[in-house]
Design a protein around this ligand. Structure first.
Ligand SMILES: Nc1ncnc2c1ncn2[C@@H]1O[C@H](COP(=O)(O)OP(=O)(O)OP(=O)(O)O)[C@@H](O)[C@H]1O
Ligand SMILES: [Mg+2]
Length: 275
């Protein structure tokens, strides 16, 4: 959480708990009774074969799923603040509670989708600034510029775009657009960051930058990372969940899951025998 001038966060990164979550489209069920925690300030990786429901799951965590035609969701996703002491701890909030404003929720739980989605008519600068302006309308111009620059630096894009901030975002390459969307998400200072294949179209150097960023965010932000890159999941996540056909097969500390999976299906996936 931040104050009106975009100052320092006062609360710790919250824990998201997914409890009995099912979701789908019309008669089709994509997620079946999914439950696992995304611990506050940690990186939780979600892995699994193409089509198993990883992107659908992420979209359920900030209520984007429900915006699609015929989409439905059942179950609970709760957010619990990590307080410095138990006395300040608050009760968990169900993000699907009718009192929750989805717009405010999506600032707190930011997302970078699998395909880059820059605002097509806006400049590079405005792509990152738009959300900041919407949430902090009284921020001064220099503070806004500083916020945009910081977000672009953190996403590893600043050097590429510093001299073309007023250029159209659609002139950027696919990998640059992906980092622009990451900068846009970081700029509004979310407490939780949902990342869907954030390095899928990046070169090794840009990928390393993003992995370092995720490492640095530890503690300050709760990250849920969908990736097909198993080495990446093993390198940078604290916990990993293996999803198969919309069901959780197993989830545990990443070190344990990658070195000694309990379920033969996890082992088969990790060793490339399917998926
Ligand atoms: N808008 C939609 N309408 C109907 N079915 C959908 C829709 N979006 C996704 N699906 C279906 O839901 C299932 C899960 O899709 P999802 O995109 O969540 O998979 P994924 O694990 O992210 O796959 P990938 O690794 O290829 O990105 C797929 O079978 C897909 O066809
Ligand atoms: Mg996907």
């Amino acid at each position: 959480m931040t104050d009106a001038t975009g100052g320092a966060r006062v609360a710790g990164a919250p824990t998201l708990t997914i409890d009995g979550l099912s979701a789908g489209f019309g008669a089709r069920t994509v997620l079946h009774d999914v439950s696992f925690p995304c611990a506050g300030g940690r990186v939780t990786a979600v892995i699994g074969p193409s089509g198993c429901g990883k992107s659908t799951l992420l979209r359920c965590l900030n209520r984007l799923h429900e915006l699609q035609p015929r989409a439905w969701v059942r179950g609970e996703v709760t957010v619990k603040e990590t307080a410095a002491d138990d006395a300040r701890a608050t009760a968990p909030t169900d993000i699907y509670d009718s009192a929750v404003d989805p717009g405010a929720l999506r600032r707190r739980i930011g997302m970078v989708g699998q395909r880059p989605t820059p605002f097509v008519t806006l400049s590079v600068f405005e792509n990152v600034a738009a959300g900041v302006r919407a949430h902090w309308p009284r921020l001064s111009r220099p503070a806004l510029q500083a916020r945009v620059e910081e977000a672009l630096r953190r996403s590893g894009l600043w050097r590429d775009v510093a001299d073309r901030l007023d250029g159209n975002a659609m002139a950027l390459s696919g990998g640059q657009q992906q980092r622009l969307c990451l900068a846009r998400a970081l700029a509004v200072q979310p407490d939780v960051l949902l990342l869907d294949e954030p390095t899928a179209s990046l070169d090794p150097l840009a990928t390393q930058r993003i992995e370092e960023l995720l490492y640095d965010l530890r503690g300050a932000m709760t990250v849920v990372l969908v990736t097909h890159n198993l080495l990446q999941a093993a390198r940078i996540s604290d916990d990993t969940v293996f999803l198969l056909e919309g069901r959780v097969v197993e989830g545990s500390a990443s070190r344990a899951l990658f070195t000694a999976p309990r379920d033969p299906r996890t082992e088969a996936y990790l060793t490339g025998r399917f998926g």
